[in-house]
Structures are given as C-alpha cells and as structure tokens.
Ligand binder design. Sequence first.
Ligand SMILES: [Ca+2]
Ligand SMILES: [Ca+2]
Length: 623
Amino acid sequence: MQAPALSAEQQAPAAGAPKVTKVEPPNWWIGLTPDLMVLLSGHGLEVTKATCNLPDVVVERTEATQGGDYLFVWLKFGAHLRSGTIVCHLATNDGETSFELPVSNREPTARRFHGLNSDDVLYLIMPDRFANGDPTNDTPAEFPGSHDRSKPRSWHGGDLRGIRENISYLKELGVNALWLTPIVKNGAEQDYHGYGAVDLYAVDPHLGGMDEYKALAADLRQQRMKLFFDTVPNHVAPRHPWVAKPPLPDWFHGTAKNHLDAYSPVKNPFYGKAAPIGMSNDLFETIADPHATTAMRRNLTEGWFFGMLPDMNTENPTVAKYLLQNSIWWVESAGLDGLRVDTFPYVSRAFWQQWHAGLRRIYPNLTTIGEVFHPDPTVTSFFVGGKREWDGIDTGLSTVFDFPLFFAIRDVLLGGAPAGRIADVLRQDALYPHSEWLVPFFANHDVSRMASEPGSSPEKLLCAFGLVLTLRGIPELYYGDEIAMAGGNDPDNRRDFPGGWLEDAKNAFHQDGRTPEQQKIFTGVQTLLLLRRQHQALRTGTLFHVFSDHESYAFVRKTEDERLLVVFNNSKRSKSLSMLQADTPLADVLRITPIYGQAAAQTNGKEMKVDAPAQSVSIFSLH
Ligand SMILES: [Ca+2]
Ligand SMILES: [Ca+2]
C-alpha cells in the first residue's frame, strides 16, 4: 500500500522556515490612519516578497532585523478598504508564512474621546489594590507565585471587574473620571503597580483581559463617566523581551550592559535652592534652562530611570512610530478621554511634539496630563503645550499635575509653612496657557498618605480636600483618601481598599461598613463634590485672592451669576479675619450665606468679618 502524501503541516519545516509569533498592533481601524507599521516577531522572517490579499492594502516596504526574528512591514491603505481580515503572505528563501490583521470600522465617536475640563473630577485607582471582582485571575498560569495578599509588593488580586462592580460607589462619592495606573501586561511578582511593561499590546492577566477593559470603558460611558489610560513611553521593564533582543540595534538608549542613569549628574544646589520635601533629585530645570549644556541634560532624557528601566530611543523615527501607534490603539480600543503621561521630562520634547500631533490629528479633544514631579511652576509650565519655548518646541501636552500646589498644600498643612504659599503658587498661573486645566491634588500613589503624615489629623485631611476641590482646575483624588486610608511611603500607600475582597472583615464601599471617623471624611468629601457640581463658580469661576497671612488664605470664585467665598484657616485656634470689600469681588456684598463648614461671617457693607474654626475650610455664597 502506498504511503499517503504528507500535508504541508506534516512536512518537517526547513531549517529557518519563517514563522510569525506576534503581530503588533494586533488589529486596526478603517480610516484612522493612511498607513500602518506592523512589527512582526518570530523566526526566519527575512522575506523576499510580501503581499496582502486586498487591493486596498499595499506593502510599501519591509525590513527584517535580528537575523529574521523581527520584520517591520509598512502598509499603505487605500480609500476603499472594508472591514475584514487582511492576510499578508510572506515568502523567504526557506519557505512561506502569513500573518493576519483584522481591520474594522470605528465605533461611533459621539460619546468617546471627550477630554476633560473643570467640570470633571479625576479619581486615581491602582487596580490591583481596589477590589477583587474575579478571584479566578488572581494567579494567572503564566505567573505562578505572583499573588500574595500578605506581601506589600505582590499582586493582591484587585482587577478591572472589581472596579466595574464599584462604579456605584464612585457615583455616590461624586467623582466622574477614572485614572487607572497602567493596565498593560507586567506579570512579574513585584510589578503589581503596572509600570514594568513586558507587552504594550496586552492587558495584564491579573487584571482581566482586553474584553474586561473594554467592558469597563463601556460601563463608564453608560454612566457618563470618563476614562484615562496611564501611558509610559519613556521605558519598559528590564524583563521585556526587547531588552535581550531589541527589534533595532538602537531601539533603546544604550543596552542592558551599557547605559546612562537618568539620575542627573547635576545636583540640586546647582541653582542655589534648598530641596523642598519629597523633591526629586533629577534636575528638570536643566531641560527648561536655555543656558544648560547637553552634558547637564543627556542623562535625564537618555538615561535609564532608577538606573534600571530600559529607556526607549524616542529619537529613532521607527520607535516613535511604534509608540504613537500604540497610544492610538489604546485610545481607539477603549474610547478613552485622555492619557496620563508618566515621567514626562525624561522623554525628548521633540518626541512629545510629534506624538501629540499624531494623536490630535485623530482626537482633537483628547486630554493629556503630564507627570512633572517638581515644586516650581516655572519648571512644570515649561513642559505644557500650547506655546513654543526657547527650543522652538510646543510639546502639545494639554496640562500637568499641579505638583507646585501639592508641595504647597502639604508644606502648609503639615510643615507649618505660611498659608500664603498657596497664593504664591497661584500667582504664577499665567505661565500656563490653560491654568483652568491644571490638575490640583494632595495625594497620589507615589507619596505617603496624608492621613499618615506626622502631624496630620482628620481636620487637616478635610482641609486638603476642601482646597483641592475649590481652587481652579480639574481636581485629582487618590482612592481611599475619602475614608482616610493610612499608609507610609510606597508600597504602604497602596493598601487594599477595605471591602474590595470577599474575605475582608469590613466593607467601606458601604456606609454600614465605615467607622464613624471614615464616614465623617466620606461625608465631607461627598458634600464638597456635590457643591462643586451645584455651583458653576467652583468649577469655572475666576479666582481672586482676598486675604492671606501666615495661618489663613481666603479667595473668591466668581462667574457672571455667582460669587463664592472660600476661607481656609490653618491655625490650631479659631480665628477672626477682616477683609475690606472695596475694589475686590466682595464689593457690594450685603448678604453672606454659609454653604459649607462651620464658619460665621457678617458684613457692614464695607468690611467683611469671618470667624473661622480651627483648621477648617468654609464656603459662603455672596449676594
Ligand atoms: Ca482578581
Ligand atoms: Ca528617556
């Protein structure tokens, strides 16, 4: 009997037969971009011919690298492309293979890509630490031993389903936009925080998959809430497969063995200033300083963060294209409203200009918020877009987190600094093209919890909320501060939200699971957020200083229809403030109605007197 012929699959592959193991991006959309650069991973990909099955898809060129372990394929799309799957055949001297690229129509854009404005309040969640909605993903098969709730640096089981299940809590509190720390695949035990990416096109399996992320985005849209994605174009994890085998020899700045350290060689006293608390030692001033030399700057933008995180070579156009497409892919996949941009000063400004231009061509309203961890507004504002700086570059960045105000609020409340320090930050608002988009905050995942700082108190915590929610901008709150969660420095500031796990003894997502102390803060924050929604002046009003001294600061938020007075007293004692009304927005005020806090106020038409309780924020409506 004759032996049957072997099918193609059964034949032993020739040595070096081509094989595709990964396609980046894994899918795309019709009409989004005129072209696409696809990065294939695999083996034997030194192609002699590449063709796709549709007349509207043209392979413009290909480039094989690393002995055929990677292949870049530049595709051009025609005007008549229809949804379906593009199949591209690759021929090499040793055989043939193919890859698939599904392309689909875009979802209707009406309720997507809105961006933020001062009507919004951002709430920061570290997904691993908020709520465990799906215990079956706690230890993905790929990452055995990564989960241990008793270890502060292990994965704890929180996930995207847990956030979906607690949207009602966020609505009840009164926030409407979520910033999640990075959800891209990290996997490894200590990378629960998300800043150690090993795959920029996948959701970490501990958090749920891409479907779960899209479901969260859809749930939020349904509730008219917004979603921010935390993106890190500056670096990936040391264990990213690219580090051992980069797609291009200069894919990174340097190599694992030979690279600069981002830690600046220039130390803080260079500009003669004392370092404020918590200030990074990296001198972002050198980027803003037209007189600085390349030697003073290079480490910052080309060095590896912490001396260990592989730094993307964002000056290489192929790397820049990869990163732009990756950002577009996340925004389009989930219908995002914006991106929080990590380690902003560590990436070249020319890259940011290009990256923003590419994003804004598709998403003109997308908001990007840069992390510039620095106390000086002349430095933070330098990185904001909407203006060209001395280097001729407009970064395109929408806005930054208001780190100068963060430092001032903490210094005033905890360090005994004069309350006027707050006005000192605000007086520099004209440095920003849109100070109304600044993001005031008093806490995030990188600093110790306000409630646990030496000298803190529930009253001071409520003052911090009171300031952040009434000063100009788009406030950011950190999960759990609304119930006075405790915690020291990283990772202690990232404790599990009580009640997010079935086995938790107390469930602070519900009022009956909160202690009276937790409920007091929760109610205060909820009230402030409600007042913010009810009073246009708290969201968009022009801000005027009306009083400032060592212990107190008072300001007015004014619109055409409304005047509100906010009084902050940082003293340990109650205090009486007198304010002359002439030539201020207090002029002509005859009636003062308290709407928040315990302060009392009266006026004789010329002078206003406010009796403010110790360590308090109070709000009055003026008529
Ligand atoms: Ca889980
Ligand atoms: Ca860099």
